[in-house]
Design a protein around this ligand. Structure first.
Ligand code: G3I
Length: 344
């Protein structure tokens, strides 16, 4: 892997280059993978281990083992850690479902943020404080937090995170928040936090896009509008899906089934799609470089195609190819297109 150019080095004066890390990577089960990660990335986000379900399995029990390993990994390899995520309606601990009183939800919310952000005080670079609180139309998503705490819970989360770890950068993170209606809702949310004199440092646009349909205009407009609020803009979970959305079928119960047999790219990506993916990544990075004074980090949601959540969504067992490196950590044409933007 020494002969493969390093992305983080290429973009070192522009923005951070990150990846999410799964359990195997955090535990360094494969030394070659570890070496590869350290060479390519200077930022990392835990794919799962800091979410409330895994880290807070019971009302009064936390499981910090993997999150501690992640922080140690970052320190050892000079990789800044973005904590993900303190408040999210998904991947909650199962005990939450049994809670009926708003007071108890409030207690959980306060204690969780205090305990988790407090443990990693000074050890993580930043936190996705709140993740995915918005609907597509820009209204607040119905969640256990909205239901019991009201729409002030977002501001409250930032206040609590700031108290627990005063030096960590604090972000709001969402998907599709480059789309006009959701972006407007996101801006309203951010202004509300700012009006309360609570600190928010940045906004994460996750960046789960589709080949041939990366919304460059909306992305540029979003960079400008979010930056105008004084925020850093990050692309936090970047991948570009290449599989057609409708290849999977349904079983007799109308449940989606693993229909990898009908995946047109089960045995490899055709060259035309490979080139389109490369062109999409090239155009995107060109745009991000144009706004490098506003964009501070680009994080891929997976090191290589084999790691991607898109192999398991919307059904398990698909073969997808959304990232810059193939299943053997070999650079794809998209990697060289992106790199070439720096070598001109
Ligand atoms: O750890 C269990 C394992 O014990 C069990 O045997 C196995 C069987 O299903 O599940 C394992 O947990 C899975 C976990 O990933 C770890 O692999 C969960 O079922 C699965 O739901 C979970 O998926 C994660 C997903 O968030 C959950 O919503 C994906 O890895 C992760 O990439 C994805 O990441 C999210 C971001 O956090 C937020 N933005 C969207 C993004 C993509 O969905």
């Amino acid at each position: 892997s020494q002969s493969i150019p390093s992305l983080k080095d290429a973009f070192t004066r522009d923005f951070g280059i990150g990846t999410c890390l799964n359990n195997a990577q955090i535990e360094e089960r494969d030394p070659q993978m570890t070496e590869f990660i350290a060479r390519q990335f200077n930022m990392a986000t835990p794919e799962n281990v800091m979410k409330s379900g895994p880290i807070h399995p019971k009302w009064d029990t936390y499981n910090f083992e993997m999150a501690d390993k992640l922080v140690a990994f970052g320190k050892k390899h000079n990789i800044k850690i973005n904590g993900h995520t303190l408040v999210w309606h998904s991947q909650l601990p199962p005990f939450i479902r049994g809670i009926k009183s708003s007071d108890s939800i409030r207690t959980f919310f306060n204690e969780h943020i205090k305990t988790v952000a407090g443990r990693y005080k000074g050890k993580v670079f930043s936190w996705d404080v709140v993740n995915e609180a918005l609907n597509e139309d820009g209204t607040m998503r119905k969640s256990v937090f909205l239901q019991h705490l009201g729409d002030n819970f977002v501001t409250e989360a930032f206040r609590l995170a700031q108290e627990a770890d005063p030096k960590a950068e604090l972000y709001y993170n969402d998907y599709n928040n480059e789309q006009p209606a959701k972006r407007a809702g996101c801006i309203t949310l951010i202004k509300k936090i700012q009006d309360a004199k609570v600190r928010i440092d940045g906004v994460g646009i996750q960046g789960h896009w589709h080949v041939g349909k990366v919304p460059l205009k909306d992305i540029e407009e979003s960079i400008l509008q979010y930056a105008a609020l004084g925020l850093k803009v990050m692309f936090t979970e970047l991948d570009i899906e290449v599989l057609p959305r409708n290849f999977q079928g349904a079983d007799v119960n109308q449940r989606m089934v693993n229909n990898e047999q009908s995946n047109p790219y089960a045995n490899g990506l055709p060259d035309s799609v490979q080139q389109q993916l490369a062109a999409d990544y090239e155009a995107l990075f060109k745009l991000l470089l144009k706004h490098k004074d506003k964009v501070t980090r680009v994080t891929f949601w997976g090191v290589n195609d084999g790691d991607s959540w898109l192999n398991n969504w919307p059904i398990r067992g698909r073969t997808s190819y959304p990232l810059l490196f193939d299943r053997n950590n070999q650079p794809k044409p998209a990697f060289y297109k992106v790199l070439a933007l720096k070598n001109r």
